[in-house]
Design a protein around this ligand. Structure first.
Ligand SMILES: [Zn+2]
Length: 373
């Protein structure tokens, strides 16, 4: 029963992470803290002990995730959508180039033919431009003026969406009073100084209201903004408003967006080892396949070094050779003396059943050696 509830709680954690753009582990920890645990691991330990997750607890967690805009009840038809804003992407044209603009977990993404621009939710982080290798010479985003205009369009959208989100908020949340006191739009509570629990920055109520309760420093979700600092000993530094600070310059990357098979040593040796396991018939041969040293020389030749105690000298690894042929690679085989995984290598050369091998091996150690755990 608890297992089932725990599963539901995990799912809520996932949805909460998605709604708040928090890392998954951080979201689970936040949920656990709602139940008075210091982190998720502590909650799991308690569940293994005698702490029971009740239906009421689950309902409370649902409400908590729901407040963050997560779909708390996956199939509830009429939950409150005032905070769940997933605006539809829009099409546009700039200097004769078509583009599409949309949102992905708080970031604004603008894309065109062979390029994509991502404006991170955090207000000061560098925009990221990715250009498809095949269009790297001709892409319009290489033009700095075009790119600057695109960034401006994306910033506008992001501000507009945050403003839409705030439509139903109390007046005191979107405008601080003369003393700089503002009200948290989701959790309530009035204060003139606010603290981000994601980056520890300290903000005024005026800054929070202007920035629609996203942290002006790291961009995190309003639910990570609290009237109390995360740690009383370190109340954090006051943050600059985005007016006086600037976004970092865009980072341009040339990328290959198609699925790419890199025939490097890691991929080649994985395929060859997989084939060696297919070639292996005894326990020893499987151990040899797992432990063989496989290297790729100059992208043309595969060297396979077998443990001479485990792989029979005259055995052809036919499956491995066939894989090498498909990859267009030459094969060199050699044997060397490895440190043995277990004493009495003869045992494994006669057996193919691993359980039977384990039993025999343990008996031998029992009689002629010692077993330590
Ligand atoms: Zn922050």
């Amino acid at each position: 029963m608890t297992d089932n509830r725990l599963k539901k709680l995990r799912t809520l954690g996932k949805r909460y992470a998605r709604a708040t753009a928090m890392p998954h582990t951080e979201a689970l920890n936040t949920l656990a803290m709602e139940f008075g645990f210091i982190h998720w691991k502590a909650l799991i330990d308690a569940v293994k002990g005698d702490w029971n997750l009740s239906d009421e607890d689950l309902a409370r967690a649902e409400e908590f995730a729901h407040q963050a805009g997560a779909k708390a009840h996956a199939n509830a038809p009429n939950y409150d959508v005032s905070f769940i804003h997933e605006p539809a992407p829009e099409e546009g044209e700039l200097c004769g180039h078509q583009y599409r603009i949309g949102d992905y977990l708080g970031d604004v993404v603008v894309s065109g033919k062979g390029w994509e621009l991502r404006i991170p939710e955090a207000p000061l982080k560098a925009p990221i431009v990715e250009i498809d290798e095949r269009h790297s010479e001709t892409s319009p985003v290489k033009d700095t003026i075009f790119l600057a205009k695109l960034i401006e369009i994306a910033q506008d959208r992001s501000t507009r969406i945050r403003a839409q989100m705030a439509v139903d908020w109390p007046r005191r949340s979107t405008k601080a009073d003369l003393d700089g006191v503002a009200r948290h739009p989701l959790r309530g509570g009035d204060a003139a100084t606010w603290h981000c629990h994601s980056c520890d920055a300290q903000m005024t109520g005026t800054q929070m209201a202007m920035n629609f309760w996203h942290c002006p420093n790291c961009g995190t979700h309003p639910l990570n903004i609290h009237a109390e600092p995360f740690d009383d000993q370190f109340p954090g530094e006051p943050v600059l408003t985005p007016d006086t600070a600037h976004r970092e310059s865009p980072e341009v990357r040339i990328v290959e967006p198609r699925l790419t098979l890199h025939l490097n040593e890691a991929a080649v040796s994985t395929l060859i080892r997989c084939a060696l396991l297919e070639d292996a018939s005894s326990v020893n041969e499987r151990l040899a396949a797992m432990r063989a040293e496989i290297s790729l020389i100059d992208g043309e030749e595969v060297w396979i070094t077998f443990d001479e105690m485990l792989w029979p000298e005259d055995k052809e690894p036919t499956a491995a050779l066939a894989v090498a042929t498909k990859l267009g690679l030459e094969v060199e085989q050699e044997s060397s003396l490895f440190t043995e995984p277990f004493a009495w290598p003869d045992i494994g050369s006669m057996m193919s059943d691993t359980a039977e091998f384990t039993e025999t091996l343990m008996k031998a150690y029992d009689e002629h050696g010692v077993i330590k755990r």
